[in-house]
Each structure stands twice: as C-alpha cells, then as structure tokens.
Design a protein around this ligand. Structure first.
Ligand SMILES: C[S@@+](CC[C@H](N)C(=O)[O-])C[C@H]1O[C@@H](n2cnc3c(N)ncnc32)[C@H](O)[C@@H]1O
Length: 232
C-alpha cells in the first residue's frame, strides 16, 4: 500500500462514524440526489449485476440496489473497515440478501474479467493513488457493453460561481468539518478537489483505460461531475 493509500484509509476510518451526517450537512443533502442522477444515467435494469468501488458507507450501493431490484446483485468494495461496517449495518437493516460488502483494494479488484453490467465509483477516484489503473481495473471487470460510472467533485472552472465555490470549499467546509468531525480530513477534501483532474482530463484517462463513448454531465454549478464510459 502506498503512503497516500494508508493516509486515505486512516483518514476515512477517523471520520467514518460521522461521514453520512457530514455529507448531508455539507452538501445540504444534495449528495443523495447526485448519486440518484448517476444511477439513472447509468441505465440499469432489474436483475443487473453491479459493483460499487470505494463504496464507503454504501449509499451509492443502496441506490444501485434500488435500481436492480431483488433479482439483481450489488457488490461493494472498500479498503476502510469502519466505513464498510456502517454499510453492512444499513444492508442488515434493509434485509437485502443480494448485497455484499468486500474489504479490498480498488487497484486489485478480486473479480474475474467481464463480470459486471455496471461498475460505479462515487467520490472515491480522487482518493486513489493511481487513477488510470483504477479505471483499468473497473473496465476489466465490466462486461463488454457494460458501463463504468464515476461521480466526483471537480476543481471549479472559471465562471460566475467559482469564487463562491472556492470560498465554501476552502473556508466554510473545513470549519464545519472541524467542528463536527476531523478538521484535517475536511481540509484534505478541498485540497484534493483543487489538485484533481478537470472533467476533460478525467474523460481522457477513462478513454486510455479502455472505455469508450464517454459522456460527461456537470451538476451543482459544475462542482460535481458524472462521467460514464462503455466497455467496448
Ligand atoms: C469519499 S468516500 C466515498 C464513499 C461513497 N462512495 C460515497 O459516495 O459516499 C471515499 C472512499 O474511498 C475509499 N477508498 C479510497 N481509496 C481506496 C482504494 N484504493 N481501495 C478501496 N477503497 C478506497 C475510502 O476508504 C472511502 O471509504
């Protein structure tokens, strides 16, 4: 494991118990809508076999489950046990027998080639040390014709909203995150967003990982972006 991976895993372990609460407060509950939009655009069908990479507390996986129904399958994978334990509790509460959570690394997915109709990653790719390899792995386990959907924050581009987004991300977010959880983690968040690829660069990386027909959809004044690619 790289230093970055260890740092990221320990950081999420430290915020796990309040992760969902902070997501709702800091996004004004919009994070739920972003994932639902992503699932809608990923064009899932009842009975589909799906994988959510960097699943964390499992909210994206739950939305996948709603789309594929009881005949479908949802696997989630994450390398942070405290985050996964929360997702496992949610699954137990809902009694979803067709969901499973796996402790593992996005860079070494423990699945055979061509296994999934759809692979998602939500707010996870920015934290992975080798983005290209992560997309190669997601593309590898997707079936031919399957989709790989990536939902992620993007560095604010020029425009009217940029100063407001920067003010919120760099000042307000660490303040609230610090008061309610771990200030370091909520300082890492805007820093990692600022250093992250633009939507165009991300689409190029997905293309170089073997995905085609990449569509890009901006949300939340351009601060959140959904990329969907197809495995040819
Ligand atoms: C910001 S959380 C996103 C959680 C969830 N997908 C969501 O939409 O709320 C990022 C997650 O990525 C996980 N993660 C980061 N790098 C990883 C890797 N290389 N392998 C597996 N999980 C990873 C972290 O443990 C963390 O749970």
């Amino acid at each position: 494991m790289t230093d970055k991976a260890e740092y990221v895993r320990d950081m999420f372990a430290s915020v796990a118990s309040r992760y969902d609460l902070l997501n709702s407060i800091l996004s004004f509950r919009r994070h739920k809508v972003w994932r639902r939009v992503a699932v809608r655009y990923a064009n899932l069908h009842p009975g589909d076999i799906t994988l959510d990479v960097c699943t964390g507390t499992g909210d994206f996986a739950m939305d996948l489950r709603n789309a594929v129904g009881e005949k479908g399958t949802v696997a989630g994978i994450d390398f942070c046990l405290p985050m996964l334990e929360i997702s496992a509790r949610k699954i137990a509460q809902k009694r979803h027998s067709n969901m499973c959570m796996i402790l593992g690394d996005a860079l070494h997915l423990p699945f055979a080639d061509n296994s999934f109709d759809c692979v998602t990653v939500g707010f996870g790719i920015r934290n992975i040390s080798d983005i290209r390899m992560a997309f190669q792995e997601m593309a590898r386990v997707a079936k031919p014709g399957g989709r790989v959907a990536c939902l992620e924050f993007t560095p604010p581009s020029r425009g009217f909203w940029k100063p407001f987004i920067l003010l919120y991300e760099r000042r307000i977010l660490p303040m609230i995150g610090g008061a309610l959880s771990n200030r370091e983690a909520y300082t890492y968040l805007p820093n990692s967003i600022g250093a992250f690829e633009t939507p165009k660069q991300l689409a190029e990386i997905m293309g170089s990982a073997g995905l085609t027909k990449i569509t890009v959809k901006g949300m939340n004044f351009g601060s959140v972006c959904l990329h969907i690619g197809i495995k040819s």
